[in-house]
Design a protein around this ligand. Structure first.
Ligand SMILES: Cc1cc2nc3c(=O)[nH]c(=O)nc-3n(C[C@H](O)[C@H](O)[C@H](O)COP(=O)(O)OP(=O)(O)OC[C@H]3O[C@@H](n4cnc5c(N)ncnc54)[C@H](O)[C@@H]3O)c2cc1C
Length: 411
């Protein structure tokens, strides 16, 4: 089939790569260069352990404090509040222990095979050096503090995630730079990360192009249909691309296109920020998650990346880079010898669903249109496994992961 893949982020690119392995002819549609939207500046963690949703039991108790601090880990721009309150309430409805257990079980199935799903794509694109499996350290100021997160950690363990307690001495020998502030850790030895998320997307995309994919550098605006079949994708230049099938993987911008295919989904964006410190003076070997501070730190090819925060302000408001600077100040507190002279900052739009589950499945009103977006905080992790599963759907093969929890019709 000739399949148009709308969106060249990690999800669209991995999906195209898996479809191409099945012999389909691919045309990418995207006005931007590949890997330049949310897949550009994320923290790059590839974590089979990352199966917990954003809305956790009891989280609502901490939300008022967070909201009062405009530079805190979660903020809502007041002008945007009326639009987002129903969505936040829906997220809270998914944060009971029963719901979190259901969601984590579903996410874990998509996360467990992530390296199996990335490896063939990376090998084919000669990009294996962009991924390493050095593990992730979740770190805390004390063992007692870590106990506050024990329910979630135990849930991960019950789902088969390997997580090893690390006492202060061992922590300091694993990561001498953590000395001082952190006295307890939990090591997820099976986790990995990418040295450069954007370069990873570009490498996979370049391989698809070398294998004969086409690339229309325009925005998709709509579809032409004959009954329940999409026959063409229309683009902002007024042109049409005739297709046998289409995948919508336009990240945080997917809702309007999905609605045109009959699937109305509550897609919202949680904006996140990073600061990359180019000569950090730190020698971290693992991805480090400072749990109490909601800060992810990852040593990358271009420097040490500090990433995190959630800001509800929609797709159009300009970035508020004070939030990135707050990450830098936090980094300096946690790592006093961090050299912050050379930095760059960035904001990206995470595509998020209120239940923290992506949307993966056939669109409601079209036989030959599939949706793959809404991966929230874990799109790098789940890009390749999503692509593999979409290829199964397109081929009419049984999927390897139960996709029922990700159905576009669940809302
Ligand atoms: C600060 C931060 C840290 C993060 N850390 C991690 C992490 O460590 N690990 C992890 O797994 N995830 C992480 N994430 C999340 C991850 O970055 C996202 O889930 C992922 O990048 C989403 O990929 P995507 O392909 O769906 O969307 P995107 O990368 O945003 O790509 C969407 C593409 O669709 C295109 N598009 C939009 N509209 C149209 C249209 N109408 N027509 C054609 N094309 C269109 C856009 O131009 C874009 O290229 C983080 C995110 C942030 C913000």
């Amino acid at each position: 089939m000739h399949i148009a893949v709308i969106g060249t982020g990690i999800v669209g690119t991995c999906t195209a790569a898996w479809l191409q392995r099945d012999g389909h002819q691919i045309t990418f549609i995207d006005p931007r260069e590949p890997g330049e939207a949310c897949s550009f500046g994320n923290a790059g963690s590839l974590s089979p352990s990352a199966c917990l949703p954003v809305g956790m039991p009891g989280m609502w108790k901490r939300v008022p404090d967070w909201l009062l601090d405009p530079l805190g880990p979660l903020t809502v721009r007041w002008r945007y509040a009326p639009a987002v309150v129903p969505w936040l309430l829906a997220m809270l409805r998914h944060s009971s222990r029963e719901e979190v257990t259901r969601i984590a079980t579903a996410l874990r199935r998509l996360l467990e095979p992530i390296f199996d799903c990335y490896t063939p794509l990376l090998q084919a694109a000669d990009a294996e050096s962009l991924v390493r499996r050095t593990g992730c350290l979740y770190v805390y100021s004390s063992r007692e503090k870590a106990a506050q997160w024990a329910w979630g950690m135990n849930l991960r363990r019950s789902l088969g995630v390997k997580m090893l307690d690390v006492g202060q001495e061992e922590l300091e020998s694993l990561e001498p730079d953590l000395k001082g502030r952190f006295r307890f850790g939990i090591l997820a030895p099976e986790n990995g990360s990418t040295l450069d998320p954007s370069a990873l997307v570009k490498a996979l995309h370049a391989h698809c192009m070398a294998q004969g994919a086409g690339f229309v550098r325009e925005s998709a605006t709509g579809f032409e249909r004959l009954g329940r079949q999409v026959t063409a994708v229309r683009t902002s230049d007024g042109a049409r691309t005739p297709v046998d099938g289409v995948v919508v993987a336009a990240g945080a911008w997917s809702a309007r296109l999905a609605a045109q295919l009959g699937s109305r989904v509550p897609l919202e964006t949680q904006r996140g920020y990073h600061v990359t410190v180019h000569s950090s003076n730190l020698q971290l070997r693992h991805t480090v998650m400072a749990v109490e501070n909601n800060l992810m730190v990852n040593p990358m090819a271009m420097g040490l990346r500090l990433a995190g925060t959630v800001e509800f302000a929609g797709l159009k408001a300009p970035p508020r880079y004070e939030r990135a600077q707050a990450l830098l100040r936090l980094g300096k507190q946690l790592f006093p010898h961090l050299d912050t002279r050379e930095t760059t900052q960035w904001m990206g739009h995470r595509p998020c669903m209120p239940d923290s589950l992506p949307v993966i499945g056939r669109a409601r009103n079209a036989e030959n249109a599939w949706l793959a977006f809404g991966h929230g905080h874990m799109g790098m992790c789940m890009g390749a496994s999503t692509g593999r599963e979409v290829a199964h759907l397109v081929a009419g093969r049984p999927t390897q992961v139960d996709l029922a929890p990700f159905s576009p019709d669940r809302f």
